[in-house]
Ligand binder design. Sequence first.
Ligand code: NAD
Length: 266
Amino acid sequence: MKNIGVVVNGALGRMGQEVTRAVAREAELKLVGAVDKEVFQQSLPLADVSYIVPLSDDIDSLLEQCAPDVLVDFTNAEVCLATARIAAKRHINLVIGTTGIAEESVAEIAEMCRTYKIGAMIAPNFSLGAALLIHLSQIAARFFDCAEILEMHHNRKIDAPSGTSIATAKAMLQAHGKPFTYPDLGEEVVRGTRGGQLGGIAIHSQRLPGFMAGQEVVFSEMGETLKLRHEAISRECYMPGVVLAIKEVVKHQELIYGLDALLALE
Ligand code: NAD
């Protein structure tokens, strides 16, 4: 069977570097090209890869040259949408790990799938542990009326709260069937101390250099709390999810949202 050709956009970033290595290691995949905005050489330096991987800052001509089956994007929300438009017109399937994508952009990407008959996967979090945390939070959300989310990330993260915390809160609200009860304390002496709020769920974002990524969901009723906590210790944790998404997305002609959709968690 032919290998699935992959181009990575944002290839020189923290996630992009990890993804290019993971794709290059995977027998069924072939890294056929890489894109980033600031490139100083024409090929991607990769250990243990015997062939040349073209590297460019011009995505359209690189896609023309490499004709991949899948484009993987780990850049930022603005670049990601522009990239998706370019790739979709070329009938290239999309795997999007970039976070902070607006709902109307998600809808536009779903429309691209219908128009160009391609598959797209958007996952704000590709780690298995995070997908399980969301799933378990949905179960707990049926039984508790108060909940808060504490999410912690490295201090270079540009958006807050994290895409994962928003996805978790939305999944919890769907399972709960109504807004959670948000204890109203009256005056907030230091503004923002109670965090942001989504459907009665307070979300607190910590940004510190020592963190990578993590999240704790706390459920509570009178006299008890239930805490579910996930920590990503290295970016390797996202790679099985990204590789699975690349292999699956080529079999679909629609948008798949969230890694959980591929994990048969029910
Ligand atoms: P980063 O800043 O290290 O990397 C982003 C890369 O995109 C950089 O190399 C930058 O040069 C490149 N870039 C910017 N503009 C570009 C353009 N116009 N064309 C091509 N490349 C361009 O960031 P990161 O930590 O790798 O995170 C990237 C994204 O992935 C963020 O949105 C982050 O929140 C998200 N993320 C998702 C997951 C997940 O599991 N889905 C996990 C971690 C991070």
